[in-house]
Design a protein around this ligand. Structure first.
Ligand code: 5GP
Ligand code: ZN
Length: 134
């Protein structure tokens, strides 16, 4: 038996509020939601994060997240959508089974970006680009 809570949700040994399911992915309401309809989309097979997922598995989760986003927008009448995917501790991941957060958004929902917006120094952009592409 898996110790992973999201594997237990897929297996049905832990309860969840199912939003969507296909052959490869499962989606359910987040129990600590950022807002109304906040849904988590996961692969049915255990994979830890974006770096450990193969591209096909990740793309199936992304495609399911798109279906969920469209479903939530159609049913809840949301005005926009925010999708988050946290990987590893430094990336704010707390449950170590790959998941995408799909959050229906409204103009007046009070959510705000978790980073401060400031213009980059062009030298910094060129320096990091050099490291990425060399
Ligand atoms: P992370 O911080 O890893 O990106 O997101 C994990 C998410 O899983 C959190 O938003 C948290 O509220 C949610 N979560 C944690 N445990 C459970 C659970 O047992 N059931 C459900 N539905 N969501 C959970
Ligand atoms: Zn798992």
């Amino acid at each position: 038996m898996s110790e992973c809570i999201f594997c237990k949700i897929v297996e049905g040994s832990l309860p969840s509020h199912k939003v969507f399911e296909n052959d490869d992915c499962y989606a359910f309401l987040d129990i600590f939601p950022a807002g109304r309809g906040h849904t988590l989309v996961i692969p049915k097979k255990h994979v830890r994060d974006i770096h450990e997922a193969d591209a096909l598995t990740y793309s199936k989760v992304a495609a399911a997240a798109k279906d969920v986003a469209d479903l939530l927008a159609a049913k809840l009448g949301s005005e926009g959508t925010t999708v988050f995917q946290m990987s590893r501790e430094a990336g704010w991941q707390t449950v170590l089974h790959l998941h995408m957060h799909v959050i229906p958004r409204w103009k007046d929902d009070g959510l705000h970006k978790p980073w401060d917006i400031a213009p980059a120094d062009d030298a910094d952009l060129r320096e990091v680009l050099q490291q990425i592409t060399k």
